[in-house]
Design a protein around this ligand. Structure first.
Ligand code: SF4
Length: 250
């Protein structure tokens, strides 16, 4: 039996209401500070330090999330926890998800999977949907683009599927970095081998670059242009042909 005590707190650097790409329906997305990766195209560099945002308890976050509960019930939406990497706040995350499920909310966790497997297992029963990033399949390229090896990430993806979790894989499409035919084929093979059912394409966008300027950080993808609609559709078709349900972020 778990002993109830003081709830852990975590830094929340943003709360986005009325999100429509972070899981089904209308959702509130809560962004937690801190990440284990440093992706070249990261849209949330303010999360890198781990010290940005408000230090909040799960109950405080839930209270904000519940303000829009009417929208969740009419749209099939709910709570999404993102980051940064939300799974580095294991206790906080589990507590928040447990509270949300107690209120009957649908829960989604966005993760890059670069965490110990135990972190995933700790929250598994409280998560209705994982949105799980696959950034690059080649170990060397993955290290160069994110600062970490992909082995743990791929093992964790397989673990979730083995445990029966509902997983939507998110594939960022960053021209010149991970959208080549060879990498996309490796993604396809990986998804097929693990019996994945759904993939979400996340075309690169440039709207985040001002954040790097504000923070005085080098933006490694400053020169990258977004992929064309036709290029994104071609990738989508490749995955549809495989029998995957494909969603595309606007
Ligand atoms: S995993 Fe996500 S939050 Fe972390 S560095 Fe990569 S893109 Fe940014």
């Amino acid at each position: 039996m778990r002993v109830e005590g003081a709830r852990p707190r975590a830094r929340v650097f943003d709360v986005q209401r009325f999100s429509v790409h972070d899981g089904p329906g209308i959702r509130t997305t809560v962004f937690l500070s801190g990440c284990t990766l440093r992706c070249a195209w990261c849209h949330n560099p303010e999360s890198f330090s781990g010290s940005s945002g408000r230090l909040l308890a799960p109950q405080q976050v839930l209270a904000e999330v519940l303000e829009d509960r009417d929208y969740y019930s009419t749209s099939g939406g709910g709570l999404t926890v993102s980051g940064g990497e939300p799974l580095i706040h294991r206790e906080f995350l589990r507590s928040l998800l447990e509270l949300a499920k107690g209120e009957g909310l649908h829960t989604c966790v966005q993760t890059a999977g670069a965490v110990p497997a135990a972190a995933l297992l700790e929250v598994l029963e409280w998560v209705d949907l994982f949105q799980f990033d696959l950034k690059h399949m080649d170990p060397q390229r993955h290290r160069a683009l994110t600062g970490a090896s992909p082995e743990q990430i791929h093992q964790n993806a397989a673990l979730l599927l083995t445990r029966g979790a509902k997983v939507e894989f998110r594939v960022p499409l960053v021209p010149g970095h991970n959208d080549d035919a060879q990498n996309l084929e490796r993604v396809r093979v990986f998804l097929e081998a693990h019996g994945a059912a759904a993939v979400r394409l996340v075309p690169y966008q440039r709207g985040y670059l001002g954040k790097y300027q504000q923070l005085g950080l080098p933006a490694r993808c400053a020169g990258v242009e977004p992929p064309s609609a036709a290029a994104v559709e071609a990738v989508a078709q490749r995955f549809r042909n495989q029998g995957l349900a494909v969603a595309i972020d606007a």
